[in-house]
Each structure stands twice: as C-alpha cells, then as structure tokens.
Write a protein that binds this ligand. Structure first.
Ligand SMILES: [Fe+2]
Length: 454
C-alpha cells in the first residue's frame, strides 16, 4: 500500500498521477489554479486512478450548482467501477461522492467524517466536509470537524496551514473570536497566500465591527488574496461590507463594479454576493442604478437548470428579481421553493421548507410594502436560518431586513429590540448606531457601557 505526502493510504502506483493529484489538492486548498483541469491530466495518465475520480466528483460538487451534478455523477460511476482495486479510504470517498450527487449533503458529510476516523490527514476529505458544513450552515462542525483531526497535523505535514485556516473560520462561526483570529494569523505566518485564512480573520473583524481594521487588513495584503484567486470575489465583498458600515457608498459601488461584478458572473457564489450587496444598498435607500437588472439577467439564465437545487441560492435569486422588479420571476422562484419543500429526499428539502420558503415570502412582502407580513415571515426563522447555509455575516441580511421592516411598519421599538442585540455584540459598527438614531422617541434601552465602548 502506498502512502502520500501526508502518510495517507493511496492505491495508485502511478507517480505522475500522484504528483498531479498533489498539485490539484494544492489548487483546491488555495483557490489558485484549476484543480479539475489538473486532475483531468492525472486521469489521462492513469484512467484507473480511483482517488482522482472521487476527488473530481467532490470538487465539482463544491460549486453548489446543479449544472455540475451530471459530470460529477460520471466521475462517481467511474470510481465505483474501480471499487475492486480501491482501498477503504477511496471506497469511503466514493460513497461520500455518491451521496453528494444524490442530494444527500448531510449523509455525505457523515461519510467523509468516517474516512477521517482512519485517515485524519486526508486533506481532501477535510476540506470537502468543511465546505459542506458551510453549505449546510453547520457552525459547530465547521469548528469541531477540524478539531477532530487537528492533533494529527503539525507544521511538518504538507498543507497544515490550510487546516489551520479552516479551523480559524470554524472558530469564528462558533463566536470564538480571539482564538479564531490567533489561529488565522498563525495559518498566514505559514502560508500568507491562503485566501480562506485571510477570510477567517476578516470575519472576526466583521463580527466585532472592526471596520477600519478590516479595511486595512484586506488592503494591506491584497496581493496575497487577489487577483489570481478564485475566492477573491468574496474577500472583495467583505471589503465592500466594511466600507458600507462606514457609509462610503461611492467606494462600495466602485468595488462592486470593479471587483464583485465586473462582468456578468458565471457562478452562483458570485451572484449571491453581488445580490446581497445590492440588497443591503436597497435597504439603505442607496441608488444602485441598473445593477439589479444585470444580476437578475444572470440568475434568469441559470434558473432553468438551478431552480430548486439549493434554497440559499434560490432566495438570493429571488432578492435579485425583487430588486429588478421582475414579479413573474419572483413568483416562479417561490413556486420552485414550494415544490422543493413538498419533496421527500435530499438535504435541500428541509432547507427550502424550513428556511427558504418563509424567507422568500418575507422578502417578497417587504418589497411589496407589506412590512408586518415581512416581519411575521422573517422573524420566526431568523434564529434557525443557519440551516440553509452561509455565514453569520451573510445571514445578517435577514436581520437588517427585519429591522428595516420594523421601522417601515411603524414599530421603532421592535427595530430597537434587534438593534440592541446588534450593538451589544458589535458596538464598533457605525451602521448599528445610525440605525439606532432612527428610533429616536422610542424608549432607549441600549446600556451606557455599550455606547461608551463604541
Ligand atoms: Fe465571508
């Protein structure tokens, strides 16, 4: 039995294919380069490279888009056909990929974790399960899944820094901000060009309202995470978010036009960020010109294939259609969510039923000016909305919409209620204080200590 650079079992003996796998794995971790193109080279060298097929399926599925499922399924079948020569780890990776293409993201995560029981240094399994935890909004396992393998890693093991970067993000999503920041900075000492670790520290600054530090953090090390990084669009989004908090709306729009949506985006992940930024601007009454139309155009092109695949994406498509005033497309997305919610199989059924559908109805009510209805739909699911994925920072959109709905429904006390929560946790956020100022006349309850901390 062969062992790879991390002492993980691999059945393949083909040296060039294994070397190419290492390159593809590094590309997967770093978001620099094309891991699919590289693994395709490996499979051209060694068509019976079962690990390569399982890797290919998993990486394709991590785009979170229906359009890649067919191709991923072909890779799963190729891996399954080679089961006779696969080791236990590779059989596990294949079973996990099978679950993925069948829509069982929860089951896939469990199988990847089973692989990690015996092979805790399987960096591909670690990262794929980590990304699935993100898509499934499983904050606890964003941290704990990495914690379970961490004792098996050290600075001498290739790709250790990326494991630290993932742990940093998991710690942040579990609200352990000092530990998250320290871990992220340690990861970056080992590998400065880890966009995910940069992003983990960004999230700490975002959650603590440290906007000026966040801007400096991203701008001072821009060459580490941009431009040639497939994840850069999201760090640009965070930079715009920091600027939005500081009311630098021209800067936000410039970042949007040059970095977040410089040309019609191809991937749902990019469209999600573009849409979410426009919705935040819309809530604040900032003129976004024709930008909603351009994003809505891209969502419309994708929905024939993507509708009903992932509720998190569907809700963002709906936001784009609301912003663009496309009522029939809004109705279509809501119908898709209703259809999905009535289904019986796959992780997305719960996401659509428990989170996507009430949120979609709430956002629609908001855009129609039915603010009480928006509150009635959004408020009950706000605290469980993590179940359809994303980060705390992304889902802040729900709370901001809820607060704005409360203002417009003539309920400043309700707005103040949620602003109090926000300002206790994020006292340095200028946006929170500006919104609170709108509650003038409502009973002030924000503690003096919080005001002084800002
Ligand atoms: Fe983020």
């Amino acid at each position: 039995m062969n062992r790879d650079a991390r002492d993980v079992a691999v059945s393949c003996n083909h040296r060039k294919a294994l070397d190419l796998y290492e390159t593809a794995l590094m590309q997967y971790h770093s978001y620099v380069g094309d891991p699919i193109a590289t693994i395709d080279q490996a499979l051209a060298e060694a068509p019976d490279f079962v690990l390569g097929h399982a890797f290919r399926a998993g990486v394709l599925m991590m785009f979170g888009e229906q359009r890649f499922v067919l191709e991923a399924r072909a890779s799963v079948v190729a891996a399954e056909n080679l089961a006779g020569q696969a080791n236990d780890r590779e059989c596990g990776l294949t079973r996990a990929a099978r679950r993925l293409v069948e829509g069982d993201w929860d089951g896939a995560c469990r199988v990847y974790d089973q692989v990690l029981v015996d092979e805790p240094r399987d960096a591909f399994a670690v990262q794929t399960a980590h990304l699935l935890d993100f898509y499934r909004g499983d904050a606890l396992n964003l941290r704990n899944r990495i914690s379970r393998v961490l004792p098996h890693w050290s600075a001498g093991v290739p790709h250790y820094s990326y494991i630290l970067g993932m742990h940093a993000f998991g710690l942040e999503e579990c609200n352990q901000y000092p530990q998250a920041e320290a871990t992220g900075r340690k990861a970056l000492e080992l590998q400065p060009k880890d966009g995910w670790a940069v992003h983990a520290v960004v999230h700490v600054m975002e959650m603590q309202g440290r906007g000026d530090e966040g801007i400096d953090w991203l701008e001072s090390r821009e060459s580490d995470w941009a431009p040639d990084n497939g994840f850069a669009f999201h760090n640009w989004w965070h930079l715009a978010l920091f600027n939005l908090d500081r009311q630098r709306h021209d800067r936000v729009l410039a970042l949007y036009d040059r970095q977040i949506f410089p040309e019609p985006a191809e991937f749902s992940l990019q469209l999600v960020d573009a849409t979410a930024m426009l919705w935040r601007l819309y809530l604040l009454g900032i003129d976004t010109g024709a930008r909603f139309q351009a994003v809505a155009d891209q969502w419309e092109k994708k929905l024939d294939i993507e509708r009903g695949y992932y509720a998190f994406n569907d809700v963002h498509a709906l936001l784009a259609f609301l912003g663009a005033g496309r009522a029939s497309a809004v109705r279509q997305v809501l119908q898709d969510l209703e259809t999905t919610a009535r289904g019986t199989g796959g992780s997305n059924v719960m996401m659509a039923r428990e989170v996507g559908l009430p949120l979609g109805r709430g956002f629609q009510a908001f855009a129609r000016g039915r603010y009480q209805e928006a509150i009635d739909q959004i408020e009950p699911v706000r605290d469980t909305a993590h179940r359809f994925g994303g980060s705390h920072a992304q889902r802040d959109l729900l709370t901001l919409t809820l607060i704005e709905a409360a203002f417009r429904a003539g309920q400043p006390n309700l707005a103040r209620h949620y602003l109090a929560e926000r300002l206790v946790h994020k006292p340095a956020s200028a946006l929170g204080w500006r919104l609170l100022a709108r509650t003038e006349g409502a009973k002030p309850v924000v503690p003096v200590a919080v005001r002084q901390a800002a």
